[in-house]
Design a protein around this ligand. Sequence first.
Ligand SMILES: *Cc1c(COP(=O)(O)O)cnc(C)c1O
Length: 357
Amino acid sequence: MNISITKNTAPAKKPENAEYGFGKIFTDHMFIMEYDADQGGWHDARIVPFQNLSLHPASTVLHYGSEIFEGLKAYRTKTGEVQLFRPIENVRRLNRSAERMCLPTIPEDDALEILKTFVSVEYDWVPTAPGTTLYLRPFMFGNDQSLGVHSVSSVTYVVIASLASSYFKEGLNPVKIMIETEDVRAVRGGTGEAKCGGNYGASTRAGQRAAELGYSQVLWLDGVERKYIEEVGAMNVMFRIDDEIVTPALDGSILPGITRKSCVELLKSEGYTVHERLLSVDELVDAMKNGRLKEAWGCGTAAVISPIGELCYKDEVYVINNGEIGEVSQHLYDTLTGIQRGDVEDRFNWICPIKKG
Ligand SMILES: *Cc1c(COP(=O)(O)O)cnc(C)c1O
């Protein structure tokens, strides 16, 4: 594919200390291309100086929520190379989300080339301080200039990048989670398995209520019976019950996380008993009461592994593993971040090296 590159002639000064926060400091460039059904599809693929977008006030995304996104990171190794972690998985998921939302797909090779070319242009922006990364945010939205409700014919695809601080400053701090019994995130047949902005809009209220009570995220139950465990906040969730590792099966309303998939593949390859299955909140509560729940953790690109130290269900508080990180959680964190940083051998061929542009 042909990607034109217009260099930013006034590049920003990169911050001197590594307190970037998350998603606030953007790089000098962005990737953008448009799709028009009547112009033969995707066109004008280009990397340009980072800039505002200009939208028609009737643009589809502003009214009907026609938007999907992805999230992945570029990592700097000790020896100074830059690499991505399983970017083909993000590309495939982007296309599955696009299909669900009636947005156009991007040929896999092209979508991958876009990511690699963009990161090669922003190579020097990939930070070097321990734990820091360059977070890539690809997103696509319907951009018809009309209020008619129908499938879109004009679409925009953009990739931006921003600096991300180390997620955990002093090791992995277990978080407190509240099991949400009122709001639901998704239902089967809905958009739960698509990575779309709308899922987030609807889940803000529960997160806000949990935060007011001192919890950092909610654990979602299924949308029909409010009985089965789904995910935690914007992460997938895993439990160690005795010596079984359990994570909810992908039943149509759960986001298929790449970190989740990597944890499952890694643990299985090491001989752990891993089951993707239905897990009811009653089974979980029983396991907590009987001391059989040894560990619980969320997993996702941002935090990698986020140990859960406390779960609250219907005003009852359960402490897990004394509120400390468990051995499997720590092992997963060390191994995944080790592979991402090039410190642990990449037995699975997950790493995608990037050349400086
Ligand atoms: C992105 C996301 C995840 C985690 O997916 P990763 O590919 O591991 O980053 C989990 N749940 C939701 C709702 C998400 O949006």
